[in-house]
Design a protein around this ligand. Structure first.
Ligand code: C5P
Length: 316
């Protein structure tokens, strides 16, 4: 029986600008996405069962269609019925480390790993672009999670242009276990409050995306300079999440006081991250934040940027 184990890394947003709305209810974005080494492990086995089965070490997560990873497997059975009939169902086991509903694309990373894993199990030979296109049918962040690294994402977040991948930059993450922010709520609230500033025509949207492409954050990434990157961090969704969730604002202030080069919320939050000069500084920041907020509900991680998305670990 064939099985594969894959690593599914989380992402953070170094940059997130909301530039318009769309007729499909989504928003036009310009983001810079970065993979980090905080990752889930996904084990897939073919042929032992007829249908799709999903298990997870995290009891709160659904194991049916409510889980994006399940929907990714289901999509593969619909798109590749001949391979499904030949190789049989897929047994999926997820070991979660990435906090859920955190703005770290944990669910999207799991779904990306399922697409890559089933491609291998069923000998489909799909290209990166084909896997990204399948991912975009399920969620805006999934295409990035397949290949990972560092990329500019436009459109809904699914149109990617890779940047020189940034490795070995140390980042501390903080997330309150019991605090979850709905991404749909964050975007809806942003539209209600700031929708009048949206760009309305295709040329203006393209010009804004081009400005970010040639802008100071991309230069900072090309220079691989953590200080410069830290100064250019940006996330429009902070404007709606910070006033509504004072704990997130307080965490951000605590990171700043602990001496990080720069701090920001990731995605729609509530995870806050801080960019550090070195691993040693990251460990110091983690200790200082823990001293200031001894609350056990707060999880802290020292991570680093990596240059890849989904990756195979064991091949039998
Ligand atoms: O694509 P995904 O399912 O990850 O998005 C979650 C929610 O976030 C969407 O239902 C939508 O409300 C919001 N969203 C958006 N514009 C985007 C991406 C997400 O409005 N570009």
């Amino acid at each position: 029986m064939r099985s594969y184990t894959l690593i599914a890394p989380a992402k953070i947003n170094l940059y997130l600008e909301i530039i318009g709305d769309r007729s499909d209810g989504y928003h036009e974005l310009v983001m810079i996405l970065q993979s980090i080494d905080l990752a889930d492990e996904i084990h897939l086995q073919a042929g032992s069962i007829d249908a799709i089965r999903l298990r997870c070490n995290y009891p709160e997560l659904p194991t049916d269609r409510g889980n994006l990873a399940y929907r990714a497997a289901e999509l593969m059975t619909v798109k590749f019925p001949v391979a499904y009939a030949k190789y049989g169902g897929v047994d999926i086991n997820i070991q979660k480390r990435i906090p859920i509903a955190a703005g770290l694309a944990g669910g999207s990373a799991n779904a990306a790993a399922v697409l890559v894993g089933i491609d291998l199990l069923w000998n489909l030979g799909l290209t990166l672009t084909e896997l990204e296109q399948l991912g975009s049918l399920l969620g805006s962040d999934i295409p990035f999670c397949v290949g990972g690294g560092t990329a500019i994402a436009t459109g809904r977040g699914e149109q990617l242009s890779p940047l020189n991948a940034l490795d070995n930059i140390y980042i501390v993450l903080g997330k309150y276990r019991s605090l979850e922010v709905s991404t749909a709520w964050a975007y809806k609230t942003y539209r209600q409050q700031f929708g009048e500033t949206y760009l309305r025509d295709t040329e203006s949207l393209a010009a804004r995306a081009a400005a970010v492409h040639s802008g100071s954050m991309v230069k900072a990434i090309v220079n691989r300079d953590p200080k410069e990157i830290a100064e250019k961090l940006h996330n429009d969704l902070e404007r709606v999440v910070l006033p509504e969730y004072p704990q997130v604002l307080q965490l951000r202030e605590t990171f700043a006081a602990a001496g990080v080069l720069g701090t920001m919320m990731s995605g729609s939050g509530p995870t806050v991250f801080g960019i550090c000069e070195s691993q040693q500084q990251a460990e110091q920041v983690k200790t200082r934040v823990r001293e200031t907020i001894p609350d056990k509900d707060l999880e802290l991680f020292v991570t680093q940027t990596i240059t890849h998305g989904v990756q195979l670990t064991v091949n039998r």
